[in-house]
Ligand binder design. Sequence first.
Ligand code: SF4
Length: 312
Amino acid sequence: MTEPRRGLGGQRCAPGGGPGPGQRGRTQREKVLVREGCCREEARARSGGGAPPEPGAGERAELGRLVAAVRARLVRAGALGLRGLPAAARARAAPAPAGGAPAVPAGSSSCAAARPAAGAAPRPAAAELAALAASIEGCTLCGLWRSRSRVVFGEGDPAARLMFVGEGPGAEEDRSGRPFVGPAGRLLDRMIRAMGLAREQVYIANVVKCRPPGNRAPTPDEAGTCLRFLRRQIELVAPELIVALGASAARVLVGEGHAVGRLRGRVHRFGEVPVVVTYHPAYLLRTPADKRKAWEDLQLAMRLLGLPLPDR
Ligand code: SF4
């Protein structure tokens, strides 16, 4: 059975749960409500309307639709090699209870602003991300704060289905405070467009939020210390797929110390989120011969997301 595709741009409401027109700018909860209402409308239209339902029939029909939706999701998850519903799907289906604490670990008082007060209603992902970004502006948890001009938190659609994770900010990113805006960023933009997407439709972050001196790779200690922030970003965005750009991102997300060449071409996991590993755009600028392999990796990501592949 083929499940209808959901474009990352959310151009239409699909039984698979994609956002519909006009949903951009709404909160996660509003999107869920709109999506559910839209899907009920589609089901009603398919049934052709007709006589008013008998008492209880609506609930039974709703239950049937839910069971069918979960079953379809599990079939798709099985095809991806997953053992259950991805965390993203669970989070979207069942918002966290009021007062549920985010998973940013304790240990840094500078993180306190990212946590909603006990008993407070959960905030939309965009607000949580903004609070988290604000909370780490003065972070000194690892030594990289000494070499930064600005913390480069990350940016993109807070409800993106696809998330890119790179290594760390370079010189231009450090100056601008935005990820992937230098030459490597321009190549990443082209890679995203080749997937039929726009940069605004994905979420982009790095393993470390502060520029390592001399553009060196972050040490395992630095990456491990900053991982709490990336982990929280992933929880909030709840992407259906992560593309790890380069060895540093792969090491943090996949946990294997192998070269990218040995990790690419298959599906890994960060928690329950599928991860595809490919080359960092900065490496591709130095080694253009490997762009073809990177394009193969992006096509794997597109297949996993159900995005249309170009005719070749
Ligand atoms: S790299 Fe991360 S952990 Fe280190 S100072 Fe910057 S924000 Fe804090």
